[in-house]
Every structure is written in structure tokens, then in C-alpha cells.
Design a protein around this ligand. Sequence first.
Ligand code: COA
Length: 137
Amino acid sequence: MVKKANLNYLEDILKLIRLGAKRGKVLLRSKAEIGVNIDSFFIYTLNKKVVGCASLEVYNFKLAEVRSLVVDYDYHGQGIGRKLVKRCISVAKRKGILEVLAVTDQDQFFWKAGFRKSLENQYPMFLKLRERGRIEI
Ligand SMILES: CC(C)(COP(=O)(O)OP(=O)(O)OC[C@H]1O[C@@H](n2cnc3c(N)ncnc32)[C@H](O)[C@@H]1OP(=O)(O)O)[C@@H](O)C(=O)NCCC(=O)NCCS
């Protein structure tokens, strides 16, 4: 089930993010950063084991981002990622946010969750300022 995270789950979330970061799928985040933003995180538990996490980072009334979405590789394909994203979207809707963003190479997964590569005739554009690098934990 999807649950709102709290500090008791910090280590579990960190472990999942490290797993995804190792494969270059999500940005590595420090324990301190996750801790400060714990209210933005959701976890998915199966028999009390934390097998997935995601965060909804709200930038302003217009935009929020689904970040740090990782499902333990042993549990892929069971609808866990979809449920985590669904929760993020429902929170964004409840807050009245206009758009939800995901920066990802999992385009088919996000397509199935309702995301599109453009909004009417508007496209996200990126300017890379520096390499993502690694955060020391
Ligand atoms: C992306 C990720 C979260 C998906 O989690 P998951 O629990 O395996 O996905 P689900 O089982 O909820 O899949 C939902 C749907 O997307 C599809 N899907 C999932 N991953 C897919 C992929 N890589 N390619 C194509 N379709 C995919 C599933 O088949 C399913 O389709 P269905 O509704 O037709 O059955 C998971 O692969 C992951 O942790 N990846 C590493 C981290 C990452 O890339 N995060 C995204 C960065 S924001």
C-alpha cells in the first residue's frame, strides 16, 4: 500500500534512491536532503517491507515534479510504480497545481500514467549547466 513517508523510513528511502541512482535512473540525494523533504515522500510497503518510493516536489502553484521514483527491482511490473505516481498526481490535484513534470527515460511508463511529451503546443526545454555528479553521503 502507498503511505505518506516519515523519518522512520529515511533509511529505506535512501536505499531505494541509491539503487536507482546506481543505474543512472534518479538523482542521488543525501540523507539530509531526504530528511528535510520527508513530507514530500511516499512509500509503498508490501508485508511491512518498503519496496518503492516517490516524492512530489512542489515548486509553485503551477508546477510540481515527480522525483525519486524507484521500485525495488525484484518488485517491478506489479503496479507499484503506477500507484506511487497516482498518489503524487492526486496530491498535486488536491493542491490545485496546474502541471506535473517528470524527467525520465521511462517514457512508456509515464505515458501510461497520463503524461505527455508536450502540452498542447508547448514543450519543456532544458539547458544543461553542469553534470549531475554525485552527492557524497
Ligand atoms: C519506472 C518504475 C518506477 C516503474 O515501476 P513498476 O512498479 O515496475 O511499474 P508498474 O508495474 O506500475 O507499471 C505500470 C505500467 O507501465 C508499464 N511499464 C513499466 N515500466 C516500463 C518500461 N520500462 N517500459 C515500458 N512499459 C513499462 C507496465 O508494463 C505497466 O503497464 P500496464 O498498465 O499496461 O500493465 C521502475 O521501473 C523503476 O523503479 N525504475 C528505476 C527508477 C526510474 O527509472 N524512475 C523514474 C525516474 S523519475
